[in-house]
Design a protein around this ligand. Structure first.
Ligand code: BGP
Length: 478
């Protein structure tokens, strides 16, 4: 029976906006995340109003990878990482997104980071845009709602593809490109942090704006894939989807149809475009029923066809349970809402933990697309206790990963072509949905707290040694 490939990419995942800090150092400009205040990272306060005293901007210092990258990469190497997922901070290269020339200091920083990874044989996996749209583009063009962003994104891609073509092979065009499709019925407008439309406000974006923005991102992604392959034909360029697996609450056919709708709206709508190169058949009815009228330019559909991705990556944290029965108990905290699944436990933040759902999901995606898959985010956001002796005994995290890795292996046995696994926040960093430090994911503890205190020192948690054994045994020693 099959097991994890010999060259399986074990590693960990991060994003510049939640990890790097140094938000205005060496000429860096402000990104959308740099304008999001503490406690409401995705429903940020309007920045045009006076900043209240004591307000924290989580990305400003974050856990300071900018000044700790050598130490952190050494720790990743000690765990045996084969790959390290990180993002490039767009505004470190183009502070407003609109400059003609890139900033050398920013480019040099990532050269240093990649060199450090390669020194240990760690393959960088780079997300080109992870909630880091230059804020100036949001102010000038309403972010991705404006078609102008396509060209600015491509300038940025061309710069980094050329600069790092001999150091980076694996790229992802956008983190969780489908995030903005999931804002319905949810207090969070995830589109805001993605930079979908308008200056940061607490008012959710309109559905029309979000889908128009998404169309622009699809075109940008497809053009980037094509350009990347021209610059280096060895590049592997993927999509990245926040995968939301839905189950029917009952066997009522109505609930089953609701599952199909949810799976299409939140997952397949985006990945069908990026993998198959065309909007799916169900899109037209969806647009009509939601009064969406997409503005496309001649040639856009051709562009989508020419820029399909090489592999499919996704984040997986929870599953979702849906029903049209108004009497069913709703969940609290699960990102898409939905009803409580009586068979599952939830994290401290209400995310319903479902390892078997990962087995199911890997099969569903592979069955649909038949291209290599990678789980580039998964993990347990938890409150960790730093003991007096400096240890963190995170057995709950070990159990979480053990259960998920077992189920990934089941999917591999089923024949799924799985390339790798990069648990989210492999070192503690700022939470995207809450802006908190209290919600930790790492194998490595960082001394940093929500009131801004902490000396940023790093400590190995119990899960550090456990994950090291998992990697060295290629997933056998769980
Ligand atoms: C994903 C994002 C990450 C990350 C993760 C965990 O949606 O790609 O940026 O933060 O979720 O979410 P949170 O930090 O809200 O717990």
């Amino acid at each position: 029976m099959k097991t994890f490939r010999e060259d399986f990419l074990w590693g960990g995942a991060t994003a510049a906006n939640q990890y790097e800090g140094a938000w205005d150092v060496d000429g860096k400009g402000a990104s959308v995340s740099d304008m999001c205040t503490n406690g409401s990272h995705t429903v940020p306060k309007r920045v045009t109003t006076a900043i209240e005293e004591g307000t924290l901007y989580p990305s400003h210092e974050a856990t300071d990878f900018y000044h700790h990258y050598k130490e952190d990469i050494a720790l990743f190497a000690e765990m045996g990482f084969k790959t390290f997922r990180m993002s490039i901070n767009w505004t470190r290269i183009f502070p407003t997104g609109m400059e003609e020339k890139p900033l050398e200091a920013g480019l040099q920083f990532y050269d240093n980071v990649f060199d450090e990874c390669l020194k240990y044989g760690i393959e960088p996996l780079v997300t080109i845009s992870h909630y880091e749209l230059p804020y100036a583009l949001v102010e000038k063009y309403n972010g991705w709602e404006g078609r102008e962003c396509i060209q600015y994104y491509l300038n940025y891609c061309e710069t980094i593809f050329n600069r790092y073509k001999n150091k980076v092979k694996y790229w992802l065009t956008f983190n969780e490109i489908n995030a903005g499709t999931m804002a319905f019925g949810n207090v969070l407008s995830t589109g805001t942090i993605q930079g979908y439309s308008g200056p940061i406000t607490e008012v959710p974006d309109s559905v029309q704006a979000r889908y128009q923005a998404l169309h622009h991102m699809f075109v940008a992604s497809a053009k980037a894939v094509k350009m990347g392959h021209e610059i280096n034909s060895d590049f592997k360029i993927g999509c990245m989807i926040a995968f939301m697996t839905s189950y029917p609450y009952t066997c009522n056919p109505t609930d089953m149809l609701e599952v199909q709708r949810a799976m299409r709206d939140s997952n397949w709508y985006c990945s069908d475009v990026q993998v198959r190169g065309a909007y799916p058949a169900f899109a037209e009815r969806f647009w009509e029923e939601n009064n969406i009228s997409l503005k496309m330019e001649d040639g856009d559909l051709e562009v989508l066809k020419e820029g399909t991705v090489d592999y499919y990556t996704f984040s997986y944290y929870m599953s979702n349970c849906v029903t049209l029965d108004p009497g069913a108990e709703q969940t609290e905290g699960n990102l898409l809402g939905g009803v409580k699944n009586p068979y599952l436990k939830a994290s401290d933040w209400g995310w319903q933990i479902d390892p078997q759902g990962l087995h199911y999901t890997l099969n569903e995606i592979y069955g649909r697309y038949n291209i290599p898959l990678m789980v580039v985010e998964n993990g347990l956001g938890a409150v960790d206790k730093l003991e007096e002796d400096g240890t963190v005994n995170d057995d709950y995290r070990i159990n979480y990963f053990r259960d998920h890795i077992k189920e990934m292996e089941e999917a591999v046995k089923d024949g799924v072509d799985l390339m790798g696994y990069t648990p989210w926040g492999c070192i503690d960093l700022v939470s995207a949905s809450t802006g908190e430090m209290a919600k930790r994911y790492g194998f490595i503890y960082v001394d940093k707290y929500d009131d801004g205190t902490g000396d940023l020192s790093r400590r190995k948690k119990k899960s550090f040694d456990w994950y090291k054994k998992v990697i060295s045994s290629n997933g056998k020693n769980l």
